[in-house]
Design a protein around this ligand. Sequence first.
Ligand code: MG
Length: 388
Amino acid sequence: MHKRRLAILGSTGSIGRQTLDVVRQHPDLFEIELLTANTSSDLLIRQAIEFNANSVVIRDEARYREVADALEPHYIKVFTGMDSICSLAAGDNVDIVVTAMVGFSGLESTVAAIRAGKTVALANKETLVAAGKLVTEMAVKHNAAILPVDSEHSAIFQCLQGSHGAEIEKIHLTASGGPFREWPEEKIAAATKEQALRHPKWNMGSKITIDSATMMNKGLEIIEAKWLFSVEPERINVVVHPQSVIHSMVEFADGAVIAQLGHPDMREPIQYALSYPARLPLDNRKLDFAELASLTFHAPDKKKFPALELAYEAIARGGNMACIMNAANEEAVSAFLHDRIGFYGITDIVAECMDGVDFVGEPTLEDIFATNDAARRRAQEIISKKNL
Ligand code: MG
């Protein structure tokens, strides 16, 4: 494997930091061309120096001077703003773009990377949820590979290696069930953000941790799987698997099921996306089957976790509906994290926005950006009414 040059968009977040940990273990195989962050200037500066990045972007203009002054003695180029992220990610010196930003804000730069024909290690699932049809068509047109970083989708991708294009009968998408898996509905209704942020298995950023508690994360992942693997939703089965050892499974026409297993550690799917098709050593915890004792499975409770049905509904309605769902969810999660709404307020707001924002059957990229704005405004209106 010759050295691969990486652009990590969102390097100071949870996925970004774990990506750099993978790079740290293989300095002879990966080098850092570009790091970007929204506001975390201190960490961005430290990362840029440690990995000798060629350039960095601090999105928040108010922090540009601080970052530029710190990195000037190291001859690291510093830029600011979304346009810089897009043009540098598309640059000739980049082989792989890791999209590790949070939410819809990742769409613009992901599109820029795809249009430049880059290999995209996709950690930003909202991009495919909001604009899956456009983004996957664009990737084919520009010959850009999209390699999944999301652990479930990496598992499916790994299970498909060696299948020689055999059709997928079913995808079994595993879910940990989140912190409220065993709670009764009345108790979930009164859940605080502290309780929702305590994920039993995965250590992740706050947006995705709340999405795991509502199971909207699994809803987003159903849509992500549909686009990544061209599988219709009726062939995507969500199964709760509290141990999070099986990261997902693929079933073929003959009933054979291939699963991918490991202790939950995001560095494994990240590294596979970076080294694909090669496999590299990793200093993670290895499975001891004698110690595992048992793996359990059950169907998700769709009444306690309405987000799953909302996701299936969004796929069925098509067009910009998943974009509406995603935008409303981002606003609602943020409101929940600011103690402005209760836990079930999140999915209530999503459902209300899916019925109240203008539907577009065949959206263009411009329509997707407009839908995102409209759905956020609608969600904000609902949230402010709830506050009165
Ligand atoms: Mg996942």
